[in-house]
Ligand binder design. Sequence first.
Ligand code: NCD
Ligand code: ZN
Length: 353
Amino acid sequence: MTLRLPGLVAVHTHMRAPGQTHKEDWSTGTAAALAGGFTTVLAMPNTSPPLTDARLLDDTLAAAGRGARCDYGQYAAATDDNAGTVAALAPRTVGLKMYLNATFGDLRLADRGTWVRHLESWPFDRPVAVHAEGATLAAVLPMAASLQRSIHVCHLSREDEIVLVRDARQRGEAVTCEVTPHHLFLDEADASQLGGLGEVRPRLASPADRDALWRNLDVIDCFATDHAPHTVGEKSSEPAPPGFPGLETALPLLLGAVDDGRLTVEDIVTRFHDNPRRIFGLPAQDAEVEVDPDAIWTFDGSAQETRAGWSPFHGRRMRGRVSRVTLRGREVFRDGEVLAVPGSGRDVRARET
Ligand code: NCD
Ligand code: ZN
């Protein structure tokens, strides 16, 4: 049997260009996307240097244009001193990313006055995505609500957070959110077993938190890989940088949950296609993913398209596998082989520039 899905959207990825292309670049990152059933990637701005101004955006979009094998969009980064200028990048980006908690990179906004300035200045019809955990989430939601602006919460991982989002929505606030497969399928016990490899932000949480995510699937708008590659060498160093590669495991993991009766295929399409397109205002795309839902196979973290070369899901039995992907009528992936060439991807915002 073959299952046909629309080309999936990875709303939260790290392509690592510029500056850290030994971890990933547009060519390898988008090859990983296609192998995982994604035909669009939205790239986070915590590059080196971080994407904070027009010149860096020009350079990054040029590199993406040369390297990407699937369609792509780029986020801009909020900093303490660019609230007056970064909004000019809105038409060419997919959203503003505000880091309100510490993670990989140096973009955390400590000053709450800065949060408000960015929430006020970024165009209200364009997404603002926040990394806000726990008390930080509780602090930023009312700010967005009092400005009557929408906000997208990245990688929710805990019960208190999903309750905050659920309650905000019940009050009529325009809040959307995403959850990663690793927070749905792993917990703190896996983190201690994995050691440095288990470092990720937000941290893997308790089994109760993980179960609360599953119980509140109706609140979750998007699944998001948070594909955040680091090399095995880096993950073995002290302190290990946080982040997991995720593009090549997300769909098989979720298809396994369909087989377990915990999810429907429709649940996956809604959260990996329909809602991402709506929330980020993405243009229609002619793309299809063929999946063999009954293929049983063992995931090998060292045999991926990503440069990371490892996975927290290494050795896991998977049920469901991507067999073929087409984009604009062309075969871009088939039976384990990426066929799309670098430079064949398109900028999702190109029509507006
Ligand atoms: C991400 C990275 O490595 O860029 N790391 C992570 O643990 N998720 C940053 C982020 O998304 O917070
Ligand atoms: Zn991330």
